[in-house]
Write a protein that binds this ligand. Structure first.
Ligand SMILES: Cc1cc2nc3c(=O)[nH]c(=O)nc-3n(C[C@H](O)[C@H](O)[C@H](O)COP(=O)(O)OP(=O)(O)OC[C@H]3O[C@@H](n4cnc5c(N)ncnc54)[C@H](O)[C@@H]3O)c2cc1C
Length: 393
């Protein structure tokens, strides 16, 4: 069986690995000219951790762990902040926790699929599901037949657009946008991620994997769901974050040209079915949760792992797709619902809302609330134990 995977991100590369591992031939097409750089960190724990452990790449990832041991919510001038200690984070994540640059994870997955054909700087352009196979037309010209097509092409998936319908049918914006870029460490920064909130805007700072470099993450309310042209991104940030306290003016002064700023609306993808005929979706393409879930990577990797497992079961692609969705969908919806709640609280619109947020974070930072946070984040792995999978037929 030959499977075309659209997108060489976390979901696509993980699927390529596990398909190959189970004797199915993957071919990957990636729009970017080569491996992308995701200039932001991901909190990595739970199911994703389980998947990389089974791939045997955990040691390499561990050696790139970001130096983050605690989270601080910086108080308004004259007000106390809140600290979530390493011990508390350990109880919330309920197991190993590995903060990583997104690019580190992608690069490690790329190495793990070195023997898989990856066609860079190309994209699917047309899809014709004939019933017997899928004929895919490529942007570079020409077409080719595959047994199956899997869209792992992220929140703005073209596979979804071509096969399931326009993005507007499935995209649920949460009313905020985010931007991220690297800055120089002029602050003798410790091993922490710090957040500072004012009405309608929040700034977070944490160490990157490069010595002397930090990452600035800026989140702001954008209720009108606007899409900002690349060239205008820095100007927009200076307008939205102008006059904000804490380190913000220094961080804004270091913002690169708009083209180099990562910016997107925070949104979820909610769709009733993740497969149609010989085409299926995985990762953010069908189940984006937003970064507040801290589970996007884990669910992308879990979906890839489970889809490969079901496709290898010889039950036929229709049953495999249905079983993949039945196993993954409730997990993703639960995390989406929880993330929606947190996303609404993330950037309060009013001073009273900011005060309430600060009180809530102080309460949640108590050890006693760790089990509640653990349930909210869905930190437990959703994979069957490896030993149990051997027995499944
Ligand atoms: C700032 C930020 C912080 C985050 N923090 C966390 C966190 O702490 N924990 C966590 O678990 N998750 C986090 N996430 C979410 C996480 O990054 C995503 O859920 C995850 O990367 C989804 O993986 P994916 O492979 O589905 O999509 P992506 O990583 O978006 O990969 C999609 C790939 O498809 C390619 N592509 C797109 N269109 C085409 C096309 N037409 N043809 C070919 N290729 C195409 C893209 O170039 C890309 O390589 C965060 C996200 C952001 C933006």
């Amino acid at each position: 069986m030959r499977v075309l995977i659209s997108g060489a991100g976390i979901a696509g590369l993980t699927l390529a690995y596990w398909l190959r591992h189970r004797g199915i031939e993957p071919v990957v097409v990636e729009r970017a000219p080569n491996g992308r750089m995701g200039g932001y960190a991901v909190d990595f724990f739970g199911t994703g951790y389980d998947v990389v452990e089974r791939m045997g790449i955990l040691d390499r990832l561990r050696s790139h762990r970001l130096p983050i041991d605690r989270v601080e919510f910086v108080g308004a001038p004259g007000r106390p902040g809140t600290r979530m200690s390493e011990a508390l984070l350990g109880r919330v994540y309920h197991g190993p926790y590995l903060p990583l640059m997104h690019s580190t994870l992608e690069a490690t997955l790329l190495d793990a699929v070195a023997d898989v054909e990856i066609r860079y700087a190309d994209s699917i352009a047309e899809v014709d599901d004939t019933g017997a196979d899928v004929e895919v037309g490529f942007a570079s010209g020409g077409s080719e037949r595959f047994d199956l097509l899997v869209g792992a092409d992220g929140i703005h998936s073209l596979t979804r657009e071509l096969v399931f319908g326009p993005e507007s049918r499935f995209l649920r914006p949460v009313g905020c946008s985010l931007a991220s870029y690297p800055v120089t460490d002029r602050y003798n920064w410790g091993r922490m991620r710090a957040h500072y909130t004012e009405p309608g805007r929040q700034v977070a700072v944490y160490p990157s994997d490069e010595r002397g470099k930090l990452i600035a993450l800026l989140v702001f309310r954008s209720p009108h769901n606007e899409n900002v042209p690349r060239g205008l991104r820095t100007d927009l940030l200076r307008t939205r974050f102008g006059g904000m306290g804490w380190l913000t003016s220094a961080l804004l002064a270091e913002a690169p040209a708009g083209e180099s700023v990562f910016m997107d609306r925070m949104a979820q993808i909610v769709m009733p079915s993740w497969h149609r005929g010989r085409v299926a979706l995985i990762g953010d393409a069908c189940g984006s949760m937003t970064l507040v879930s801290a589970q996007g990577v884990s669910m992308a990797m879990a979906g890839a792992y489970i889809l490969a497992e079901e496709l290898a079961s010889d039950a036929g692609h229709e049953r495999a797709f249905a079983r993949y969705q039945a196993r993954m969908y409730p997990e993703v919806r639960r995390r989406q619902n929880n993330a929606l709640l947190y996303a609404r609280l993330l950037v309060p619109a009013t001073p009273a809302g900011v005060t309430a947020q600060s009180l809530v974070s102080r309460v949640l930072a108590r050890q006693a609330f760790a089990p509640l946070l653990r349930r909210q984040f869905g930190s437990e792995s959703i994979l069957l134990p490896a030993s149990a999978e051997l027995g499944r037929g």
